[in-house]
Design a protein around this ligand. Structure first.
Ligand code: HEC
Length: 101
């Protein structure tokens, strides 16, 4: 019985983890990809390790902050105020993962 509960909890955790990953991708596809897929306004291109490495070096918290508050040509939250901070962070994580960093 106890092992049955363990299995249920483990599967539940996996589902939640999968969900968080999917949200980052969704936000990226719907909002961030407009600039970050092709490099509009010189945005660092998603998946380009060379473009992302120096930025990631300053720490993810710094990157989250840049997107939440905006940075130069990037408007706050990519111009979508309805996004929560969690959405933004998931999308940043997704992009950093795409760069293999
Ligand atoms: C209107 C175009 C545009 C959109 C939409 C956009 N970005 Fe950006 N992004 C930029 C540009 C341009 C830069 C480069 C800013 C700079 O360093 O001067 C940038 C930089 C960044 C950086 C690096 C910040 C740093 O401190 O080096 C991150 C992380 C980032 N964007 C994430 C996102 C996320 C996540 C989204 C979606 C929620 C998003 N961007 C949407 C244009 C955009």
């Amino acid at each position: 019985m106890l092992s049955m509960i363990t299995v249920v909890v483990a599967v539940g955790t996996l589902v939640i983890a999968g969900q968080a990953q999917a949200d980052g991708k969704l936000v990226f596809d719907q909002v961030c990809s407009k600039c970050h897929r092709t490099g509009v306004l010189n945005a660092p291109i998603a998946g380009n390790k060379t473009a992302w490495e120096p930025r990631v070096r300053s720490g993810r918290d710094k990157l989250y902050e840049s997107v939440i508050n905006g940075k130069n040509d990037m408007p706050p939250k990519g111009g979508k105020d309805h996004l929560s901070d969690e959405d933004v962070k998931a999308a940043v994580d997704y992009m950093v993962d795409l760069a293999g960093l």
